[in-house]
Design a protein around this ligand. Sequence first.
Ligand code: NAD
Length: 257
Amino acid sequence: MTLKNRTALIIGGGAGLGRAIALAYAREGAKLAVADLTAATAQETLTLAGRTADGLALAMNIAQPAEIRAGIRAVTERFGSLDIMVNCAAICLVDPLLEVTPERWDQVFNVNARGAFFCMTAAAKVMLPKKFGRILTISTPATRLAVANFATYGASKAAVDSFTRSCAAAWAPYGITVNTIVPGRMTGGMVDALDRDLAKLTGQDLAALTASRTQSLPMQRRVDPAEVANAAVWLASDAAAYVTAERFNFTGGMELG
Ligand SMILES: NC(=O)c1ccc[n+]([C@@H]2O[C@H](COP(=O)([O-])OP(=O)(O)OC[C@H]3O[C@@H](n4cnc5c(N)ncnc54)[C@H](O)[C@@H]3O)[C@@H](O)[C@H]2O)c1
């Protein structure tokens, strides 16, 4: 068990990739806190992980900095430490460029960029005095590939790419590694909703659009979040102690060109 006795907080752990990472961390022996917009979905993850008795489920909206601070405080009060913080919480809004409003821009950035940043600094404040920590952010191929209609999402995640590296530089002397995982197009979760929104926007048949967005991938299949979770286990383990500031692609070659 590579994460035995480590305390891990998975934010956005009530669904999708966050849930898959929480389940993988539970298998690796980590003490588990799961946060999401509602405590109910976080609790469901703990139940699936067999951690109803000793896990911590938190309601946390990362668009609200005070909720982030309260959540981190609750984790340290419960477990006495915070060793690993993974932030999977994000939203993706499909908007034609000319229809992006300042409100829609702020909605995406307040979660994906500002929220992600303050999760990192709140966690680091606990980790710095202990001179140990693992922080994982989640980015997307959309920061490098031009994708029509979700510019706000790509731009907000480009900010994540950037401050992941800044934080890695700042905290490397303190034994804290900071890396970002880039999943390819995953099964379920956010991409299902995205396919529906894109089909509606472009007037395409949903099944045809979904099939074409799968067949166009180099591996001609979408990736299971459980596969991506393997990277999150390794990057949080002692084996990856000397790995920091990396943009770890789990995209099946999506960025090949
Ligand atoms: N799905 C993909 O194919 C894909 C590809 C590349 C990157 N990503 C990234 O992977 C991560 C996980 O994606 P997913 O498909 O599992 O998404 P998902 O929508 O299934 O899960 C995201 C979770 O975050 C939570 N969340 C949303 N806003 C929040 C907020 N303000 N505060 C707290 N929690 C909030 C949601 O309730 C949900 O449980 C995201 O960062 C996403 O940008 C996803």
